[in-house]
Write a protein that binds this ligand. Structure first.
Ligand code: 0RA
Length: 643
C-alpha cells in the first residue's frame, strides 16, 4: 500500500491494510505458524498463552487459566492488567482491536513496552484471530467488561462495554478454523508439556490447564513452581537415579540481562540439556549453550588437573564425557533476542555467551570446592565416560576388521536391494528368520532390502556405546545402515531413506520395537529427528467370503468387514487371525505390509526429545514403579507412536 490515503479517509485505508494483512495470513498460514498440521494448530494456543506470560513476566499477572472446551474451542484467561482498550492514536480504533487485527501489532502500542520480550511474543494475536473460525475477546480493566467478537479476523461491531467489574484481566476464546487446519483436535499431552515448561520458566506463575472435552471426566493440572528451573530439572530426573539430591543452581544478572542454570547428574549414560531465551525453547542451542558447555568442560578439566585426578599423560575430558548423565536447564532473558537458523531455533546474541560462560565457570568451581563429595562423584562419572569412549573406539576398529561382514562391510544375512539411491531405498528390519524369509521372497528387490535380526539383544539403556559394538543383534543393523553411530554418525551416508521396523503385533513384537527404537534414539537420534524411522503395520485379520477378502488392522475393522461380507442374510464369513508375520506367505506379506501402494507405515516422530528421553528411561530403565504406571496410563494410546 502507498502512504497516500486512497480516498482521503485514513480510517478506511487502515481497514484495507488490516484486511489485506489478515488475508495474507490465511493465504500462507505456514509463514506465520510454521505449518497447518498439528504443530501449527498447537502454536495458536502458545501464541495466546505467551501474551499472558509476558504480562506475568512484567509482574502484573500470577494466574493463567487454559481450558480446552467442547468442540476443541480453547479459552485462555489471565488476571493481568487487561489489554489496553483506549483508542489507538494512529488507527483510530481500540488498541485491543488493533492487537487482534493488525499484523505485528502486539507489544508495540502504548510505548514503554516490556523490559524482556521473546522474538515471537506478542506478534501472534492477530495471526491466531485470522486463523480462527471465530474468536471472542473479553477485557476487564477494573471498571468495565469489554467484549468483541471476530470471525476469521473480521468484525462487524467495535469493542463495546457489556458490564461493570472490579476485576482486571484478559480472556480469549477461539475456535481454530477447520478450513485452515488439517485436523483441529488438540492433544492434551502436547499442550501440557509446553504449559508445564512455561510454569517452570516463570517461577511463581500459576497455570491451571483443564481439558473439558469429556464432560463427565474433566482432566486438570494445576502448575505453580516456586523452584523455577530447579523444579524443572527435578521433574526431568524424576525417573532417574540422581547422584546428588539437589540441583546445582546458578544465577547472574548483568546489563539488563539475566542468566540462570540448574544442573543435576544422574547415573544414566545420556544427557538432557534444554536451553531457553526469553522463555522460547532454543532447540538448536546457540551462544548461551556454547557458553555453558565450554565452561562445564573447563571446570572439570581444571579440577582434575588441580587434584591430580587426571595424570599429565592423560587426555582431557571431552564435552561428551562431562555431560554424561547430566540434566540441565539454561535460561537467559535478554532485552532483545536474535534467533538464527532456518527454524529460528538458535540464539545469536553474542553477549549471552560470556554471561553464561563466566557464571558457570565461577559458580561451578565454587560449588566443587564447597561440595567435595558431589564433585568427586560426578568427576568420576566423567572419567568412566572417557574410558568407555576409548573402549568404543577400539571396539569400532575391531568390528571393521571382523569377518562377520562381507567384502563391502555388509552383514551376511542382509538381502540388499539393487538401487543405491537412498531417496528410494528402504530396509525392513525383521525379527525372526521365518518372517525374514517371507519378506525376502515377497519384496521388490529393486529398492527393498531385508535384514533379519537374530541373537541376543542389548538393552542400550543399561550399557554404553562400547557394548553396542560387539552386540551380535545390533551390529548388523549398524553395518547395514552404513552411517555410523554415536559421535561418528553421518546421516548423509545412510544407505536407505526409510528404515522400517517390522515385528509382530504382539507383546514380543512390541518389545523388539521398543528396544530398537531406544537404540536409534540413543545412538542415531538424527535418523529419528529427520523422520527416517518407520514401523510396519501388518494386518491382524483376514476376513473372507468366497473369493472376496479384506485385511483388517484391528478388531473394529474386522467387525465392519464381517458385517459387510455376511450381508443381510448372515452368510458364513471366514476370519483368519495372524498370530505372527511368519504365518503370512510372501505374497500376502507383500500385499498387506510391504507394497508401497497398499501398505500403511507409521513414521516415528520426535516432538520433544526430553519427553522421549523420559519415556525410554521409564520403559527400559531399572525402576519398576514408573514403568507400571506408564503402561497403565498409556495402554489406551498404544497406537499413538509419537514419542
Ligand atoms: C497493559 C499494557 C500493554 C499490554 C497489556 C497491558 C496486556 C496485554 C495482554 C495480552 C494478554 N493478556 C494481556 N494483559 C495485559 C501494552 C504493553 C506495551 O506494549 O507497552
Amino acid at each position: 500500500m502507498s502512504n497516500q490515503p486512497v480516498n482521503g479517509n485514513h480510517y478506511d485505508e487502515s481497514q484495507i491494510q488490516v484486511l489485506e494483512g489478515l488475508e495474507a495470513v490465511r493465504k500462507r498460514p505456514g509463514m506465520y505458524i510454521g505449518s497447518t498440521g498439528p504443530t501449527g494448530l498447537h502454536h495458536l494456543v502458545y501464541e495466546i498463552v505467551d501474551n499472558a506470560i509476558d504480562e506475568a513476566m512484567a509482574g502484573f499477572c500470577d494466574l493463567i487459566l487454559v481450558d480446552i472446551l467442547e468442540d476443541n474451542v480453547v479459552r485462555v484467561a489471565d488476571n493481568g492488567r487487561g489489554i489496553p482498550v483506549g483508542i489507538h492514536p494512529k488507527e483510530g480504533i481500540s488498541a485491543a482491536t488493533v492487537a487482534y487485527t493488525v499484523l505485528h501489532a502486539g507489544g508495540k502500542f502504548g510505548g514503554g513496552g516490556y523490559k524482556v520480550s521473546g522474538g515471537l511474543h506478542g506478534v501472534g494475536a492477530s495471526v491466531v484471530n485470522a486463523l480462527s473460525e471465530w474468536l471472542d475477546l473479553t477485557v476487564e480493566n477494573g471498571e468495565h467488561v469489554y467484549f468483541q467478537h471476530f470471525e476469521r479476523g473480521h468484525y462487524n461491531e467495535e469493542l463495546k462495554i457489556i458490564g461493570n467489574t472490579k476485576k482486571t484481566g484478559t480472556t480469549v476464546k477461539f475456535k481454530p478454523d477447520p478450513e485452515i487446519f488439517e485436523d483441529t483436535v488438540f492433544d492434551y499431552d502436547t499442550l501440557l508439556t509446553r504449559l508445564r515448561e512455561q510454569a517452570f520458566l516463570n517461577a511463581g506463575v500459576r497455570i491451571v490447564f483443564t481439558d473439558y472435552r469429556d464432560p463427565d471426566n474433566p482432566v486438570q493440572e494445576d502448575m505453580c513452581y516456586e523452584g523455577g528451573i530447579r523444579s524443572f530439572v527435578k521433574h526431568l530426573n524424576k525417573v532417574e537415579d540422581v547422584i546428588h539430591p539437589e540441583p546445582i543452581y546458578l544465577y547472574r544478572e548483568e546489563n539488563g540481562c539475566t542468566a540462570e542454570v540448574a544442573i543435576q547428574y544422574n547415573n544414566s549414560y545420556h544427557e538432557v540439556l534444554k536451553s531457553f531465551a526469553n522463555d522460547i525453547h532454543t532447540v538448536d542451542g546457540g551462544t548461551h549453550e556454547l557458553g555453558f558447555k565450554s565452561a562445564l568442560t573447563r571446570v572439570f578439566n581444571d579440577y582434575g588437573r588441580r587434584r591430580k585426578l587426571l595424570k599429565d599423560n592423560e587426555e582431557n575430558l571431552s564435552g561428551d564425557d562431562v555431560r554424561e548423565g547430566i540434566t540441565a536447564i539454561i535460561s537467559v532473558k535478554l532485552p532483545e533476542c536474535e534467533f538464527e537458523g532456518q527454524t529460528k531455533g538458535k540464539l545469536g546474541n553474542t553477549e549471552a555467551r560470556p554471561l553464561v560462560e563466566n557464571m558457570v565457570f565461577d559458580g561451578l568451581n565454587t560449588f566443587f570446592e564447597e561440595n567435595p563429595g558431589v564433585a568427586k562423584a560426578i568427576f568420576e562419572k566423567a572419567v568412566g565416560a572417557q574410558r568407555a569412549r576409548e573402549a568404543a573406539r577400539r571396539a569400532r576398529d575391531l568390528t571393521r576388521r571382523k569377518s562377520a561382514m562381507d567384502s563391502a562391510g555388509l552383514p551376511g544375512k542382509l538381502a540388499d536391494c539393487t538401487s543405491k539411491d537412498n531417496t528410494v531405498t528402504e530396509i525392513y528390519i525383521v525379527e525372526g528368520d521365518s518372517a525374514g524369509g517371507s519378506a525376502k521372497e515377497g519384496r521388490d528387490r529393486s529398492f527393498q532390502a531385508i535384514l533379519p535380526l537374530w541373537g541376543k539383544m542389548l538393552n542400550v539403556e543399561k550399557a554404553r556405546l562400547d557394548k553396542v559394538y560387539g552386540n551380535e543383534k545390533l551390529m548388523p543393523v549398524v553395518m547395514a545402515l552404513g552411517c555410523g553411530i554415536g559421535e561418528d554418525l553421518d546421516v548423509s551416508k545412510l544407505r536407505y531413506g526409510k528404515v522400517i521396523i517390522m515385528a509382530d503385533a504382539d507383546v514380543d513384537g512390541s518389545h523388539i520395537r521398543t528396544l530398537l527404537l531406544t537404540f536409534f534414539f540413543r545412538y542415531m537420534r538424527p535418523l529419528v529427528e529427520q523422520g527416517h524411522i518407520y514401523f510396519a503395520q501388518p494386518p491382524l485379520f483376514r476376513v473372507s467370503r468366497g473369493k472376496k477378502f479384506y485385511y483388517a488392522f484391528d478388531e473394529a475393522e474386522r467387525d465392519r468387514y464381517i458385517a459387510e461380507l455376511s450381508g443381510e442374510s448372515g452368510a458364513k464369513v471366514d476370519v483368519q487371525r495372524y498370530k505372527g508375520l511368519g504365518e503370512m506367505d510372501p505374497h500376502q506379506l507383500w500385499e498387506t505390509t510391504m507394497d508401497p501402494s497398499n501398505r500403511t507405515i507409521v513414521q516415528v516422530g520426535l516432538e520433544d526429545a526430553a519427553a522421549a528421553n523420559q519415556t525410554f528411561t521409564i520403559l527400559m530403565g531399572d525402576k519398576v514403579e514408573p514403568r507400571k504406571e506408564f503402561i497403565e496410563r498409556n495402554a489406551r494410546f498404544a497406537k499413538n507412536l509419537d514419542i
